[in-house]
Design a protein around this ligand. Structure first.
Ligand SMILES: *Cc1c(COP(=O)(O)O)cnc(C)c1O
Length: 469
């Protein structure tokens, strides 16, 4: 299996080559040369597998340059009850007839990013051990992604994490979750400023190419291919749990921002999983819904991004969308460069009148969006009807999923976070806060470990230089 750039440049690369890299040198994203197919027989075998066995069956199609037994070991050490709370790893619950919740949120940070990042931590450690290199992950977080990265990389050899967060501006839950980590390779840096200030400092430090290379600075971002591949697995899992036989089809409803989660579903469908429709759900930041209804893709400016009660979907552009557009344009790198040039010069592109847009139908994606009032109403309705509390991101998916649902086909809604992370919205919906899980309650007695810094790149560089290797 080789990987090619969406902009058509460069030579095809192996999985291990692209694992630690973000972008291709031509600015594009890596995608598999072709989507591996699952045969009818393979699908039949997969139905009875445990999550970890299934993950190996799917991922070994994408990762063929790590010895299979080593890959199997990393996967089986990741998808365990110890890490994800239950033997199923991803529990599936039927709410009402044909309506399912795929619970991706039982990992250490109680949100779905753990599913891919927990494996990524092991893959990174393995790759670094092979090459003898070190990696210093350096980034900024407003709360969620950074903590998932820290929990994935804690204690991993050859890796340190320097994570900036806005001092005293995170929710108590987010702060406790990150700052109570005691691992020596995790450095929490509380910046006296906003999340934007944190991002600016990260940019300034990264702009010093000599420093960046001397200290092996890297990132764990949402365009990492291994993350997408790891997410493909749970579409297979959810499908098997919600259907009785592989002759049936199922629909998925997916709350999305960066187009990462739904891209994984699209790839599962392309591999041959009997997915009928993928319902893409955005919040008020509806860049993607706009594309699917009009053919125009217009990323927003920072000032246009609304702060919502499903904050992990508050994005200005959808960083993984390029991988999907590559297929829409028939994998034509030249056309991709034209479209992304138009994004650069005009801030948008429009494919409404082209054959490309016609391929949207084949891909099975339909889109909708919801707003704060819809989320609150949906959280309340699901709680009253089924006694189950969902978080605001999941509620975006459920709201749009139920609106676009068609009868006779199971609807599987992705549960992307647990409600206790978003107590304010839950209180608004049902009049009281959700109960904290035992795992979070345990954090209450742990000391916090963080350094406070002004938003100054030079001071940060000194700190990194003193602690990095
Ligand atoms: C990141 C995130 C999403 C959106 O995922 P994408 O990769 O942007 O599709 C949805 N819900 C939660 C809770 C998240 O953290």
């Amino acid at each position: 299996m080789h990987y090619v750039s969406t902009r058509g440049g460069g030579e095809p690369q192996t999985f291990s080559k692209i694992l630690l890299e973000g972008l291709s040198a031509d600015g594009g994203l890596y995608v598999p040369e072709e989507y591996p197919q699952v045969t009818t027989e393979e699908l039949a075998n997969m139905r009875g597998m445990s999550y970890s066995e299934l993950a190996f069956a799917v991922l070994s199609k994408y990762i063929d340059d790590i010895p299979p037994e080593e890959l199997r070991k990393m996967i089986s050490e990741t998808y365990t009850k110890e890490v994800f709370g239950t033997d199923e790893v991803v529990p599936v619950r039927e709410l009402g007839k044909g309506l399912f919740l795929l619970n991706l949120s039982e990992g250490p940070t109680l949100a779905f990013k753990d599913i891919a990042l927990q494996l990524l931590g092991r893959l990174f450690e393995h790759a670094l051990a092979r090459s003898g290199e070190e990696l210093n992950i350096f980034g900024a977080t407003s709360g969620d992604t950074g903590s998932a990265a820290e929990y994935a990389m804690r204690g991993r050899k050859g890796i340190r994490v320097f994570m900036l967060s806005p001092h005293e501006r995170m929710s108590p839950f987010q702060r406790r979750q990150m700052y109570t980590l005691q691992d020596e390779n995790i450095f929490n840096i509380a910046v006296l400023g906003t999340f934007d200030d944190c991002q600016d400092v990260v940019k300034q430090v990264n702009a010093d190419a000599a420093f960046k290379s001397r200290y092996h600075l890297g990132a764990v971002n949402s365009i990492n291919w291994a993350r997408i591949a790891a997410q493909v697995v749970y579409y297979f899992w959810g499908y098997f749990k919600a259907t009785r036989s592989n002759d049936e089809q199922a629909d998925f409803s997916v709350p999305t921002g960066n187009f990462g989660d739904i891209l994984a579903g699209y790839i599962a469908k392309r591999m041959g999983l009997p997915v009928r429709r993928l319902i893409l759900a955005t919040n008020e930041n509806n860049v993607l819904e706009e594309f699917f209804s009009t053919g125009k893709y217009r990323p927003r400016t920072g000032a246009e991004v609304a702060t919502t009660s499903s904050p992990s979907m508050d994005i200005s552009k959808a960083s993984n969308f390029e991988r999907y557009v590559f297929d829409l344009v028939g994998r034509d790198g030249t056309r991709m460069r034209e479209l992304w040039d138009a994004l650069g010069s005009e801030g948008a592109f429009d494919v409404a009148d082209s054959e490309d847009f016609a391929r949207v139908g084949e891909s099975g994606i339909v889109a909708g969006s919801s707003a704060h009032a819809d989320r609150v109403r949906t959280i309340r309705a699901i709680f009253e009807k089924y006694g189950v509390l969902i978080d605001p991101h999941t509620a975006d998916g459920v709201a749009t999923g139920l609106r676009l649902r068609e009868g006779g086909v199971p609807l599987i809604c992705l549960q992307t976070a647990l409600p206790e992370k978003f107590a304010d919205t839950i209180r608004e919906a049902i009049g009281r806060e959700p109960e904290a899980s035992a795992r979070y309650a345990k954090l209450a007695d742990m000391p916090e470990r963080f350094e406070v810094f002004p938003p100054e790149a030079e001071k940060l560089k000194q700190f990194i230089a003193a602690h990095a290797r």
